[in-house]
Design a protein around this ligand. Structure first.
Ligand code: GLN
Length: 514
């Protein structure tokens, strides 16, 4: 493997600025890597080699003229297929949107383009972002680069796998209940869910509008901060977008990397750990905590008693919103249209029914049925209304906890990557993966997942989650970067250096021949 692929986006940015490489070279190397490994990984649903190389050439011309558009100008990126990209297929992992070419760019995509980042392609995901394993994609699963028989997490398994397999230095994901952070944990990458409203949702195909956030998927905390600052900030096209400047995220990551955490109060959430969490995941969590203490942080235990109801509340609120959001896929305006068999002169409703039946997968149907039920007149108060009350209690738990701690921490996901197929037939088992990530979405607070180490006998990675109060995303970066720095010192390098075949081993073999 070309060693340029293992560099962080921050280093690539410096190399581009110094004229040591070009965007065409870098983008070409990513495309070669994709051609080499993506048959096995299947991180991408669509690769836009031509478009990416054209953007790369334009970027090199800007650099040559001494006017790069941004520090990351020329650094290629992969984009989750739930974000609208003008003229590039956007399927949300669903058959109902097979071949759909959006007529516009999501705001985050427009910002990438304005900054000059070549878009390598669109990454695989659970259909409409519903899932924790990327197995609910209508286009087949993504495989975890650490072990191809295992899941890469979900719903954004494609973005995480692309970054973990060195197919892209950066990617965008979306997180409604953990879909950036949990894939980060099980692939040994960094994932951030920003504060709700911190990054525009315009052009993000909505699953649950009050929970969805776009965020960075990277190999380092600093890279995530660079990308977050690029995509974040107010957007008049999103009415829930926060109209105030982002805190200094890159500065916070740099400060954290220097290690000093004196005066930082870290709250360990009692309810996010213990039963249901794999032993090795807890061991890595405790060790990471010790490193933060060694860096000067103070640890307090906090209790968030309503977090135990977060999963139940989420699985009422999210399907309710999804059932409403997905009503627009009616075969009338765009997307799949199926004419019902054996119906003479079908009505519009007959066509909608046949199209939705053929176009949506089982998990999507399950959630539409659940959400429609929870919102129906006789049950609204008992289910949706109750869940909203629980949501308020969870937000209050956060408020209280942030009264005594600057950040809250937990393992990101309860287990390491499970085998493909292992939980596919058991929705509840699948839902339990998001135990630790969902509370943040319900309350709108930001969270980061940083690799915490190898956590089982198979040598698979786990993640350490840092949550901060709304609009204090900088705290996630500061603490995340401090942990990353301490762990790298302990490991003698990045965790991904310890990954088997697709990463370290193939680096040696193909690197030697290249
Ligand atoms: N795994 C969770 C779900 O299935 C979260 C998904 C997400 O964050 N998009 O809903």
């Amino acid at each position: 493997m070309n060693t340029i692929l293992t560099q962080s986006a921050a280093d690539l940015s410096a190399a581009l600025a110094a004229g040591e490489t070009t965007s065409v070279e870098l983008t070409g190397a990513c495309l070669e890597r994709i051609a080499e490994v993506d048959g096995a990984v299947h991180a991408f649903l669509h690769v836009d080699a031509e478009g990416a190389l054209a953007e790369a050439a334009a970027s090199d011309a800007r650099r040559a003229a001494g006017s790069p558009a941004h520090a990351l100008d020329g650094v290629p990126i992969a984009v989750k297929d739930v974000l609208a990209t003008e003229g590039l297929p956007t399927t949300c992992g669903s058959a109902i949107l097979r071949g759909w070419l959006p007529p516009y760019d999501a705001t985050v995509v427009a910002r990438l383009k304005a900054a000059g980042l070549p878009i390598l392609g669109k990454t695989n995901m659970d259909e409409f972002a519903m899932g924790s394993s990327t197995e609910h994609s209508a286009y087949g699963p993504t495989h975890n680069p650490w072990d191809l028989d295992r899941i890469p997490g979900g719903s954004g398994g494609g973005s995480a796998a692309a970054v973990a397999a060195f197919e892209a230095p950066l990617a965008l994901g979306t997180d409604t209940g953990g879909s950036i952070r949990q894939p980060g944990a099980v692939t040994g990458t960094v994932g951030v869910k920003p504060t709700y409203g911190g990054v525009s949702r315009y052009g993000l195909v909505a699953m649950a509008s009050s929970l969805d956030q776009v965020g960075p998927v990277t190999r380092t905390v600093l890279d995530a901060a660079l990308l977050h600052e690029l995509i974040g900030g107010h957007d008049p096209r999103d009415s829930t977008s926060v109209d105030q400047p982002l805190p200094g995220l890159v500065a916070a990551a740099r400060r954290g990397a220097s290690g000093a955490l004196a005066g930082v109060r870290i709250g360990v959430v009692k309810e996010l750990g213990g039963k249901g969490y794999q032993d090795g995941v807890l061991v890595r969590f405790t060790e990471a905590l010790d490193l933060l203490v060694a860096a000067g942080a103070e640890v307090v235990e906090v209790s968030c008693p309503h977090f135990v109801h977060a999963l139940a509340a989420y699985y009422l609120i999210m399907p309710s919103e999804a059932s409403s959001n997905l009503a627009k896929f009616d075969a009338m305006r765009y997307g799949l249209r199926v004419l019902p068999e054996h119906v003479e002169d079908p009505s519009a409703e007959d066509v909608m029914r046949a199209s939705r039946d053929a176009g949506f997968g089982d998990e999507v149907k399950r959630r539409i049925i659940l959400g429609t039920y929870a919102l129906s007149s006789g049950y609204y108060d008992a289910y949706y209304g109750q869940a909203q009350k629980v949501r308020t209690l969870i937000a209050r738990d956060f408020e209280q906890a942030f009264g005594v701690a600057d950040v809250l921490v937990s393992p990101t996901a309860p287990t390491t990557a499970f085998k493909l197929g292992e939980k596919l037939d058991d929705p509840i088992e699948m839902y339990l993966n998001d135990l630790a990530t969902i509370p943040a979405n319900l309350a709108g607070v930001p969270g980061i997942s940083v690799p915490s180490g190898l956590a089982d006998e198979d040598g698979l990675p786990a993640g350490f989650q840092v949550l901060a109060p709304a609009l204090a995303d900088d705290r996630c970066y500061r603490v995340g970067a401090a942990l990353e720095a301490a762990l790298r010192e302990k490991w003698g390098g990045p965790l991904l250096d310890q990954a088997p075949s697709l990463t370290a081993a193939s680096r040696n073999t193909t690197g030697a021949s290249a």
